[in-house]
Design a protein around this ligand. Sequence first.
Ligand code: B1M
Length: 208
Amino acid sequence: MSKIEEVKAKVEAGKSKLVPGLVQEALDSGATPAEILQAMVDSMSVVGEKFSSGEIFVPEMLIAAKAMSKGVDVLKPLMVGDGSTSLGTCVIGTVAGDLHDIGKNLVAMMIESAGFDMVDLGVDVPADGFVQAIKNNTNVKLVACSGLLTTTMPSLKEAVQTIKAACPEVKVIVGGAPVTPEYAAEIGADGYAPDAGSAAVKAKELAS
Ligand code: B1M
């Protein structure tokens, strides 16, 4: 089994203590951070499928998520830029009612590495929490809202519409597995991205 396959297997199994060391071994064996990250994202898809089929339950999903986060911690310094230039501040959060943060954290990492200062509000962020953060920070150019549940899509809509009503000059980008470009346009978002890499590209485009 290659080191990347080992990382994938241990994330799926939720082995938080083993994953950081294996990620480092994968890097040492020549794998790129992007390849290792993709393997861990693939693991989470497998975990999701096992949850859907009733093979595993919420606690197993949670420990797999923790294992992935530990692996991402090892990769983060290799993927984030030096912060020497700033395109402005980006406020990011997962919308109200939604506790999923791995995708949001990856999007934050990539937007930060594209040259933004990052204010991360975490998960379960109410619509007016985004507005407060815009007001409490300087030079906010962009708000990034993540939503992973079909049941929290209304929260995404409320967040976008509350932000645009209070701060029309600030651009809003949305994403997350159930979000489509059509839905993003329908709720008035300025941008949509399907993954963390394209979120960074879209963020630069919107802020320029
Ligand atoms: Co939950 N969960 N979960 N979960 N979970 C999903 C999302 C689910 C698809 C699993 C399934 O049924 N197959 C399903 C949602 C179904 C639906 O809504 N249609 C689900 C469910 C049902 C639930 C609960 C309701 C389960 C329950 O309690 N019965 C519950 C809800 C809790 C809540 O939020 N209120 C729940 C809880 C949890 C845990 C807490 C246990 C845990 C999250 C822990 C954490 O995040 N710290 C968890 C996990 C781990 C998952 C899965 C397995 C993995 C999610 C993940 O991290 N993926 C997930 C199944 C799956 O995704 N296949 C599932 C990896 C991550 C890198 O991908 O987050 O999609 P993702 O992010 C991508 C893109 O979406 C995009 O870029 C990212 C990377 O490139 N993206 C953006 C994300 N945000 C973006 C923002 C952007 C742009 C792009 O611009 C701003």
